[in-house]
Structures are given as C-alpha cells and as structure tokens.
Design a protein around this ligand. Structure first.
Ligand SMILES: [Cu+2]
Length: 127
C-alpha cells in the first residue's frame, strides 16, 4: 500500500515534469526581448574621442549602440562613411545615440569631419 502511494507520487512528478518540458518546447520564452544592448560611450573632448580614439570592435550582424557626447565648446560629429553613420553636428553638451551595424567584416574609419586630423579611429568588424 505504502509503496503504491510512493509510486503514484513518483509517477505524478514524472508526468508533471514532462508536461512542463513539453510546454517550454512548444512555447519557448523569448529571451531576446530582454537581451542587454551592448554599447560604447564616446566622449568628444579636447578634439579627441575618449582621449585615445579607441578601436571599436563590432560583430557582424549585431548592432552596437554608440552614444556620442560632446564635452567641448566647439561642435563635433561622428561619421563612418562605409556604414552610413553620421550624427550631424553636435553642439556643446549634446548627446546623440546611434548604432554601428555591418553584414560584412572589415576595418572602417570613424572620424569627426570638423577635426579629422585629431579625431579619427578604427571600427573593426569581425564575425
Ligand atoms: Cu570634432
């Protein structure tokens, strides 16, 4: 008698677990909606981006958020010709959010059109 009860409880757990598993398979949770967006903060100050014009690494087909902040009194922009990125002129203290996305691997130059000699760096896109 006691063994029967234990068996029934065990079978119930197995059945419930199977149903739960099947439910997850047929109605998967959409994990992409809560995915964290990876981003980069670029501060334009003293006519340079982040003091060193850092290389920016991007994976193919995964957009990378770019936030550009102008901390100078003069205007700056942020341009990547091959990837169709152009913030237009940002005035002092202006913040602009854009994204870099590419299907193709490659190395692309980013720059400020007003200070191209001191404000330029590389965007490295890899799969
Ligand atoms: Cu500039």
């Amino acid at each position: 008698m006691r063994n029967n009860i234990i068996a029934i409880i065990a079978i119930t757990f197995v059945v419930m677990g199977t149903l739960w598993g099947v439910g997850n398979l047929t109605h998967p949770h959409n994990q992409h909606t809560t995915a964290k967006v990876e981003g980069i903060l670029l501060i334009a100050q003293n006519n340079v981006f982040n003091e060193t014009n850092p290389d920016i690494y991007v994976k193919t087909n995964i957009p990378k958020k770019i936030v550009v902040v102008n901390k100078d009194f003069v205007r700056h922009d942020f341009i990547v010709n091959e990837l169709n990125v152009n913030t237009a002129y940002l005035s002092s203290e202006q913040v602009f959010t854009t994204a870099i996305a590419s299907k193709n691997q490659g190395i692309f130059e980013y720059y400020c059109s007003l200070h191209p000699s001191t404000m330029h760096g590389k965007i490295i896109v890899k799969s």
